[in-house]
Each structure stands twice: as C-alpha cells, then as structure tokens.
Design a protein. Structure first.
Length: 331
C-alpha cells in the first residue's frame, strides 16, 4: 500500500516492503499501519521520521457523510491474503478481516445447512470406495469369467507357463521361435545320432585334443574314440620304434674271463635286454692317427650283450684306447 503525502489518498501497490518512499509525492505504508490508514484515509495526518512514515493520526476533518459511508476500493482478484471491510452492526464501525477467514466461516455455516452426499460402498467381487475406481477382489476372476482367446502374451507373467500348464504334444515346431532352443533347453543326452545332420559335426565342434595326439581306438573291441599319443599310434599302426644314442667304450676292461674274453659294461639309456642294437664306431676323419687306433681297438671287440639301459662288450684283446660308438635299435 502507498499513500499520497499531499492528499492522503491510498493506492494498492505490489512494491517491495524494503522501499520507504516512491518519489516526492508517494510513500510506502508500513504493514503495521495499513489497517489504521484504511480507517482514516484520506482524512489523516502523516507522521514522518525523516522519509519514513511512522504513524497516522485523525485530522479531525472527516465529514459526517464519510462516517456513514466510508469509501471502499475494489480489487480485480481476491485471494486468501486479501482483506474485506465489514461493518459492526452494534457500533456501526468498519473493520478489516481476511478473505480466508470469511471463506472458512461460510463453509462452516453452509455445512450445517446441506447434507453432504456419501456414495455407498459396494461389496462382492467388484467393489468401489467413495464412488471411486471400482476394484476387483483378489482371486475373484474365475476361468468362466475370462472370454475365450483373451489371455494374450502380455497378460502372462514371466515364467508363469510351467511344464504342467502345457498339454502333452502341443508345442509344435511352429510355436518355437527360431534360434531360441538354447543349450539350457536341451535335456541331457537329447542330441542323439539321428538328430544330427550328416556332415554337420565339423572339426571345430569337436572337443579340444591334447597336443600331439590323434583320435583312435587302441582297444581290442568297439569303443568311443580316445586321444592316442604318438607312441600309442605307432603301436596301433605297427610302426617300428627307433631308439638311437651315443656312448664311449672306455679302457677299464676286466678279464680275461674263463673263456679268454675281456669285458666292459657301457651305459646305453633306453636299451632293453631284448634289443639287438646296431653299433658302429665313430672315427675322427681329421685325425688319421687317432682313427687308426680306434679301428685297431674296435677290431678286438667280438660281441655285445644287451641289458636294461646298458650293454656288455666282449673283446679277445684288451683295447688300448677308448672307442666312441653310435648305436640304434629298431623294435
């Protein structure tokens, strides 16, 4: 609210309360003085402290006609924060009261005059509360209540169609979505031989094999294939086994024995007592003198007898030098 300094006339204003003066003519009315200004304006004296309005007093110039019919101001819209002027029917004086208080008073008054209709609640499978949205009781919709062919896929809860809900022999191929029969859907041992197309099992579909193995069956009867090692495969195919090595026949010969032979044992790892090794001496071609001594020593060796991982050599004369040898076994 603002008031004219010259005429003491009042106007409504939406200006912020933080302002004290508008210009040289208009001044903002403090909130605590508004009711007093309403009752005295425009016949009032304005009391200032500097530029701030601090009080209003009756000028004593109010005409009798004004007392009977004081001026009123209109507003475009009314809100609960607005006030209206009412007249005391005893004293004849006018007072302000909030519009919100008036509405509350009128509601209380009219509520005593008119019966408020209350919609009755319905009972049974379908109910309603205060004439609101109807509600169907839980577990009230029976099979007979559902129209045929109206339970669509959207009505089914996830995982609601269990095995017992599906009639036997009713899931046809056409009902199965392409590429949706996953591994989890297949029962154990469901993919039998007749279910697999010819030439459909590629190498990539086979389980990984151990390194250096081949598929085969080395048993004496029909059986599932296994991964055969190289040795197992050679045995299965009858491929001869070759074993090679080198050694040196030293000079620590023993003897002669009763038959007149000198003997010495030489380690030959992998040799079996049943093997018949092929043995040859190793010459140093670049050293003829050394090679001649080896040839002379080797000519004295008459026989060899195999044992596990070793062989015993027999000579009719004791060799004077070590004899390097190379040996080979074919089983």
């Amino acid at each position: 609210m603002i008031i004219n300094k010259l005429t003491s006339s009042v106007q409504k204003s939406s200006l912020n309360r933080g302002l004290d003066t508008i210009d040289d003519v208009w001044v903002v009315v403090p909130e605590h003085l508004e009711s007093k200004v309403w009752s005295l304006s425009p016949y009032c004296n304005l009391v200032f402290d500097g530029d701030i309005l601090v009080d209003v007093t009756d000028s004593g110039k109010r005409p009798a006609a004004f007392e009977a019919n004081p001026p009123l101001q209109s507003v475009e819209t009314v809100s609960d924060s607005n006030s209206i002027v009412v007249e005391d029917d005893v004293t004849g004086k006018q007072h302000k009261t909030g519009w919100g208080s008036v509405k509350s008073f009128l509601k209380t008054y009219f509520d005593t005059l008119y019966n408020k209709y209350v919609h009755p609640n319905h009972s049974g499978d379908v109910t309603s509360v205060n004439d609101g949205v109807t509600t169907i009781a839980n577990d009230a919709v029976t099979t007979a209540k559902i129209l045929n062919a109206n339970v669509t896929v959207d009505k089914l809860a996830t995982n609601s169609v269990t095995t017992v809900k599906i009639a036997d022999n009713n899931v046809t191929t056409a009902k199965i979505l392409d590429a949706n029969v996953t591994a989890a859907k297949l029962a154990n041992n469901a993919a039998t031989t007749d279910k697999i197309n010819a030439s459909a099992v590629t190498n990539a579909k086979l389980a990984n094999m151990a390194t250096n193995t081949i598929k085969g069956n080395n048993t004496a009867s029909s059986a599932a294939p296994i991964d055969l090692s190289v040795t197992q495969a050679k045995t299965l195919l009858g491929v001869p086994t070759h074993l090679e090595g080198t050694a040196s026949i030293g000079t620590g010969w023993a003897g002669p024995n009763a038959q007149g032979y000198f003997t010495i044992a030489v380690t030959m790892t992998g040799l079996l007592a049943t093997d018949k090794p092929i043995i040859t001496r190793v010459l140093t071609v670049s050293n003829k003198a050394s090679s001649d001594l080896i040839l002379t020593a080797w000519s004295s060796v008459q026989d060899v007898v195999s044992a596990a991982n070793s062989a015993t050599f027999y000579a009719d004369a004791k060799p004077a030098v070590a004899i390097p040898i190379q040996w080979k076994v074919v089983r």
